[in-house]
Design a protein around this ligand. Sequence first.
Ligand code: SF4
Length: 329
Amino acid sequence: MTKGRIFSGMQPSGKFHLGNYMGALENWVKLQHEYECFFSIVDWHALTSSYEDTSKIPERIHEMALDWLSAGLDPEKNVIFVQSHVKEHAELHLLLSMMTPLSWLERVPTYKDKLQQLGIQGKDINTYGFLGYPELMTADIILYKADTIPVGEDQLPHLELSREIVRRFNNLYQPIFPEPKPSLSKSAILPGIDGRKMSKSYGNEIPFAASPDELRARIRLMITDPNRVKRTDLGNPDVCTVYTFHKIFNAEQSTEIAQSCRQATIGCVDCKKCLAEKMVNSLADIHVRRQELEKNPGRVKEILVFGGERARIVAAKTMDEVRQAMNLA
Ligand code: SF4
């Protein structure tokens, strides 16, 4: 007996890093044991903020599926699919866009900020697609009548808008949709190897697909306590990125490491080696699964086709109800 139904998606926007994994995917892997889950690679969403060059989309979808499957998402237990393979998302998005007041979309706090931010980067996203992003997100969720949505605190306003759109639909036509509730996920925030937020644009990321040797090489480059210049200098683990990682991947030894750092009984090279081996071990299963899947790209494709078929069965049933409710049948 599951607790309910979850929908969650990610845009295929390029190579995944370890921070992305800890921020969401690790939580999904846990949730799959408690909920009935629909996980979607939301390729149409990627177009809302980046529509000019679509050439890399197929490769990015494949990479994302590899990331999810190697992280441990079970394609039998969960419905894993690509959004654009299920055209009902577009139909429901269109119908919701007819009944949602423009002012609801314009007041989403992140809308104007992101418009400005991407404008500075030279991107013209003054488009309906970008403004209508929350409509598409709502369609994604309610097409599967998902009642629980794993979100970070920053996404709460989007979900609140989805709940308003659902209420409006249920009041105007027929009450066929549950109001989706947030399930707030608190996850460890991993800094990049230079101590700033982990981001590909800073070049400080640890790729999720890193091999054990690549992982060791990235850890060797991590910044440490800048005041610990010589091996004999007493260190301060609280300002050290390596130590932040120890607390997450080597929690059981972290107190001992902090003490050894403060007393200078451990050097930074050994401290990094110790962390690297802990991380290699804790990510070993993911690495093995990825190697297996990389040998068989056809299998990844099959999984997405299978997931699309399963998603379409549920989506088609919901759209029959929607058309009936709106006298469009
Ligand atoms: Fe950081 Fe470890 Fe060096 Fe201390 S010993 S500064 S925790 S890398």
